[in-house]
Design a protein around this ligand. Structure first.
Ligand SMILES: O=C(CO)[C@@H](O)[C@H](O)COP(=O)(O)O
Ligand SMILES: [Fe+2]
Length: 221
């Protein structure tokens, strides 16, 4: 039986009350905190860095999943590991040496993953499957919360699932962007097991109601 994980993205949280927000969303049933790092260079937006990761770390026991939308990648990895990240993912186009960046994440004690934009081919995985603990399929172009799910992502999730099954390794398959109660099931049916949701959760007054409804959609799978 598949273990499904809900990973609220703090991008849509109230940053003035971030500690309380992450505590509340974990109390509401979140399995992972998804932490979006944007540098106004690789993506046209600027968010938060290791200091903020360190600040929220004592507030939650669940894994913190750091999604790096930065270029260059390597310089910031040890800082996030020290700040309490458990999983660190990056976009392969943003690294000159993908294998080295994956190894650097693992050498710093974290799980490592690659992120695929809608137009990025999965062939980046060809020679590094043995160093990947998470594959993250973007179902929006990165840079902003609150965008609409791009349906073509479903085919890519299915292809990533095929590659994971073929590898025989235990690799998380995460989907990120526009995930809502009404499309989470389709993403799961395509093969995703970990679901980032920012605006769908933090945009609503009752986080538990949304997370429960998402789990309800997954219950029959
Ligand atoms: O990485 C990103 C955007 O680049 C995401 O993690 C978003 O923050 C998800 O937000 P919603 O699409 O769920 O509102
Ligand atoms: Fe993200």
């Amino acid at each position: 039986m598949t273990t499904f994980r809900i990973a609220p993205s703090i991008l849509s949280a109230d940053f003035a009350r971030l500690g309380e927000e992450v505590r509340n969303v974990v109390a509401a049933g979140a399995d992972i905190i998804h932490f979006d790092v944007m540098d106004n260079h690789y993506v046209p937006n600027l968010t938060v860095g290791p200091l903020v990761c360190q600040a929220i770390r004592p507030h939650v026991q669940v894994p913190i999943d750091v999604h790096l939308m930065v270029k260059p990648v390597d310089r910031i990895i040890p800082d996030f590991a020290k700040a309490g990240a458990n999983i660190i993912t990056f976009h392969p186009e943003a690294s000159d040496h993908v294998d080295r960046s994956l190894q650097l994440i693992r050498d710093n004690g974290c799980k490592a993953g690659l992120v695929f934009n809608p137009a990025t081919p999965l062939s980046y995985l060809d020679h590094v499957m043995d160093k990947v603990d998470m594959i993250l399929i973007m179902s929006v172009n990165p840079g902003f919360g609150g965008q609409s799910f791009i349906p073509q992502a479903l085919k890519k999730i299915a292809e990533a699932r095929r590659r994971i099954d073929e590898s025989g390794r235990d690799i998380m398959l995460e989907v990120d962007g526009g995930i809502k109660i009404d499309n989470i099931k389709a993403a799961a049916e395509a093969g995703a097991d970990t679901f980032v949701a920012g605006s769908a959760i933090f945009g609503q007054p009752d986080y538990k109601a949304v997370i429960d409804a998402m789990r309800g959609q997954l219950a029959s799978l």
